[in-house]
Design a binder for this molecule. Structure first.
Ligand code: DGP
Length: 123
């Protein structure tokens, strides 16, 4: 599996606004925010897609949610609420092939992603 831009963020060869780091995970602000608060939580281990998560990775993936919840609490939007999304492959809208949990907050968010409007535009 080839390197992605996130490997460069992990090894600090390119800059990011880092919000949290430990041995297993890193959280940083998304470069193209889709909500007032938008950051990504990624494992340091390179896993390309959700489809590549192994049985041994289950705890690591759970850890990403724990990091998201810690930051939500620390930044004061936990009780208001937020959205976590992990896109997978083309139809899921994945563009960086290193799994990442999007954390979006700060305003009420729309749902569902496959709206009637979108359905009509794709027909
Ligand atoms: P996805 O489409 O689910 O694969 O989301 C990839 C996200 O990664 C997208 O919201 C933008 C973000 N992103 C891509 N390149 C960079 C970068 O160089 N720095 C930061 N901070 N975010 C990036």
């Amino acid at each position: 599996m080839s390197d992605t831009i996130f490997d460069k963020i992990i090894d600090k060869s390119i800059a990011a606004d880092i919000l949290y780091e430990d041995d297993l995970a890193l959280a940083f602000a998304d470069i193209n925010p889709q909500a007032p608060v938008h950051f990504l939580v990624i494992p340091k281990k390179r896993i390309a897609t959700i489809n590549d998560i192994s049985k041994d990775d289950r705890e690591l993936v759970g850890h990403l949610y724990w990091v998201a919840a810690q930051l939500a609490d620390q930044k004061g939007f936990a009780s208001e609420g937020f959205r976590t999304v992990m896109n997978c492959n083309e139809f899921g809208g994945q563009s960086v092939y290193h799994i990442h949990l999007h954390v979006l907050a700060g305003k009420p968010l729309g749902w569902p992603p496959y709206s009637d409007e979108l359905k009509e535009s794709l027909e």
